[in-house]
Write a new protein. Structure first.
Ligand code: ATP
Ligand code: MG
Length: 362
């Protein structure tokens, strides 16, 4: 069995540095490692519509934004297949059959869905499509027989749900689907990068993001406005690191070599942290350092984006070809699934033979 990656993003906005450290950066590394036989990167527009049904224009416009972000970060269409979810009807069919293997109460227990329902004030009127999106995610993952799903921590319950569906399907209908493994970032700060406002998660829906496509000035402005320790008022005051977003971002992005380049007074992050805790180190100095670190990471991404923005027809071709290829793969899996469920009446002579025998025996 090959090693296959499936992962993706909802086209509900441009991608941000949370996506980058939580999933995108890793994807590019895995792509270039040569360890994988196939890599599928999905723009999950159908899933985006589950909570944006009244705003299809937003989803439509953000498909190109996400594709540009992918290519800017170094996803290479020669090595990774980029696809658009809604153009692969096989995924809907798979979801429909998987729905029979999941209970309503199981979906209600999904902690990510629970908190997302709260965030969107859906409590009294949850769209059925949104409520069942963990099932459609299982369809996405299994359609490509993915073995590895590199995502952020918020996706853990989705992977659990997928595994349960795979086990149940294979138990009821015979070995057909592949059980995937989640691949989380190994750096704790990247599991769930907080927003610049200090809120638990940087998220397009919360408007607390630093976007990959923002200009140098925009990024700097956001970094300088970031949430730190509200009790650290004078430079001499001792500062807190817990919940201090600037330090969480440094944990996510900073390497030792950055001190050599941008902050020679310190040799490593631990030294900087110790000084901040002791008192005598101002927020502005730390923010300026973070800005330098971030700009270094974002600059090549911006440069590649400029290039791709001049070739939108080229990006269109990449999406179209990728989606066509992905559809072929999903169609194979769907055929396997329908054969396992014995609902492939016209694919072989078996069903007709059975029926003929049954009626001729009368
Ligand atoms: P939305 O608010 O529309 O759900 P989002 O910002 O949560 O958007 P998704 O498209 O749902 O983004 O998530 C795409 C991928 O990025 C997932 O693998 C998710 O785990 C990861 N991710 C999203 N936000 C973060 C974050 N703040 N830190 C780490 N990983 C993240
Ligand atoms: Mg999300």
């Amino acid at each position: 069995m090959g090693k296959i990656i499936l992962t993706g993003d909802r086209p509900t906005g441009k991608l941000h540095v949370g996506h980058y450290v939580g999933s995108l950066k890793r994807r590019v590394e895995l792509q270039n490692s040569g360890d994988f036989d196939d890599i599928f990167i999905m723009i999950a527009d159908a899933q985006a519509l589950t909570d944006n049904a009244d705003n299809p224009e937003k989803v439509r416009q953000n498909i190109m934004e996400v594709a540009l972000d992918y290519l800017s970060c170094g996803l290479d269409p020669e090595k990774s297949t980029i696809l658009i979810q809604s153009q692969i009807p096989e995924l809907c069919e798979l979801s429909f059959y998987y729905m029979n293997l999941v209970t309503v109460s199981r979906l209600q227990r999904n902690p990510t869905v629970k908190s997302e329902i709260q965030m969107r004030n859906f409590e009294a009127s949850i769209p059925v499509g949104f409520f069942t999106y963990p099932i459609s995610q299982a369809a996405d993952i299994t359609a490509f027989k993915a073995t590895t799903v590199p995502v952020g921590e918020d996706q853990m319950p989705m992977l659990e749900q997928t595994k349960e569906i795979v086990r149940k399907f294979n138990y009821v209908y015979g070995d057909t689907l592949v059980e995937p493994e989640i691949l989380l970032p190994d750096n704790a700060a990247c599991l769930r990068l907080p927003g610049i406002d200090g809120k638990a998660k940087m998220s397009k829906s919360l408007g607390n993001c630093i976007y990959l496509s923002e200009t140098e000035e925009e990024v700097k402005k956001k970094v300088m406005s970031m949430f730190t320790d509200p009790d650290h008022i004078r430079v001499d005051d001792p500062g807190k690191l817990e919940g201090n977003t600037v330090f969480t971002y440094l944990d996510a992005f900073c390497k030792e070599e950055h001190f050599e380049r941008y902050l020679k007074d310190y040799s490593c992050l631990d030294e900087l942290k110790a000084h901040y805790k002791r008192g005598g180190l101002g927020d502005v100095k730390v923010k300026r350092f973070l800005n330098a670190v971030l700009q270094e990471e974002l600059e090549p991404i911006r440069a590649r984006r400029k290039k791709w923005e001049k070739d939108i027809s080229g990006v269109y071709e990449i999406l179209k070809k990728g989606t066509e290829r992905a559809r072929e793969v999903a169609a194979y899996t769907l055929a396997d699934v329908k054969a396992a469920m014995k609902i492939n009446y016209f694919d072989t002579a078996e069903w007709l033979d059975e029926q003929v025998k049954k009626y001729s025996a009368k």
